[in-house]
Design a protein around this ligand. Structure first.
Ligand code: NAP
Length: 318
């Protein structure tokens, strides 16, 4: 089978395609033929050695995929050969996963959609839970055309919020509108005044920030009293410094979280959230957006596009 390897940390151009033996599932494991793999900003950071979780070279990048079960090891009962599943597999033709991580995929969900769904939507849903978003509240989503951003627009609308989406180009703003955003702002030259205008000077109740840096700083100036500012990530490259006097004056909260920590510290809640999201996905109530598709061999091109800020929603390797 073929697999993409990161053999030296750096940009996508260093990735290599190798022919390797198919993996064999041991007890409690499942071997899956992958049909689609999600590509994300976290993969760009991981192959560069810049993500908080470091991996030792050589490794196969990627963390979410969908495909068909080929065979199961002893002791696996919830799936069998031929089943369509979601797995945490990487950029390869096949993967072997531990049985608890192999999730049956509803017949109505395509491999492509499934591969673009899990990380972004689990992050967005958990974040909005942590932000205690209520129906009727104003949710401001930054970097809203990105992977975790567009998922927050989608889930935020489903939860009954009024969603204001920010992004850097008209094309990205149009995708946010199609995803259901009530208002869109090109934040290249700031957003504070527009948010104030759209909220009768009150500000946003919940602000979802995967960008950080200047965007975080300006967010502190348009957050509503009792507002919750969700620290999702730092796509801008700068983690902002929270000014506690701003939190005090606004009676606001800044809330940090990682979806990885949820899986480690509260796996029951993680599984419950995934079940709820899978139900919404199967019913067509959430609709992950895929802007680019590449064959597996062109993983480097997909990652380069993410790095260049050109992907909307997700890119997938099919
Ligand atoms: N907390 C968690 O559990 C968790 C989980 C998943 C991801 N994350 C983090 O969330 C962040 C976004 O991830 P993602 O998958 O949504 O990434 P993405 O798809 O690449 O989207 C990031 C968005 O950020 C905006 N951006 C602003 N400045 C940027 C810059 N200098 N470079 C690149 N993008 C920039 C871009 O939108 P515009 O062009 O419109 O500005 C882009 O669409 C990352 O920092 C990631 O590590 C956190």
């Amino acid at each position: 089978m073929q697999a993409i390897f990161c053999e030296q940390l750096g940009g996508p151009e260093h990735l290599v395609l190798r022919e390797i033996a198919s993996p064999t599932p041991g007890p409690g494991e499942v071997r899956v033929a992958l049909r689609a793999r999600g590509v994300s900003f976290v993969d760009v950071l991981t192959i560069a050695g810049e993500y908080q979780t470091k991996r030792e070279v050589p490794f196969i990048p990627g963390s979410e995929a969908a495909g068909v079960v080929i065979e199961t090891g002893p002791g696996v009962e919830h799936v069998s050969a031929g089943d369509r599943v979601l797995v945490p597999g990487g950029f390869a033709d096949e993967t072997v996963a531990a049985a608890p991580q192999v999730i049956p995929l509803p017949a109505t969900v395509s491999f492509e959609t499934a591969a673009a769904f899990r990380a972004s939507y689990c992050t967005a849903y958990y974040a909005l839970q942590r932000g205690r978003l209520q129906a009727g509240e104003v949710l401001l989503v930054h970097g809203a055309a990105g992977g975790v951003g567009l998922a927050a627009v989608d889930v935020g609308k489903l939860l009954g919020a009024t969603v204001i989406a920010t992004a850097s180009t008209p094309e990205k703003l149009a995708v946010c509108t199609r995803m259901g955003a009530d208002h869109v702002i090109n934040y290249t030259h700031g957003f504070r005044e527009q948010v104030k205008d759209l909220t009768a000077d009150r500000g946003a109740d919940v602000i979802y920030d995967p960008v950080g840096g200047d965007v975080f700083d300006e967010s502190m100036r348009c957050i509503a009293p009792f507002g919750r500012l969700l620290i999702v990530g730092f796509a801008s490259g700068r983690a902002a410094v929270v000014k506690t006097n701003h939190l005090l004056i606004k009676d606001a909260e800044a809330i940090g979280f990682t979806i990885g920590a949820l899986g480690r510290l509260d796996p029951v809640r993680e599984r419950k959230n995934l079940g709820i999201l899978m139900g919404w996905l199967a019913a067509g109530r959430i609709t992950p957006h895929v802007s680019h598709r590449f064959p597996l061999a062109q993983a480097a091109a997909a990652l380069a596009l993410v790095r260049e800020r050109k992907v909307m929603g997700k890119a997938v390797l099919v």
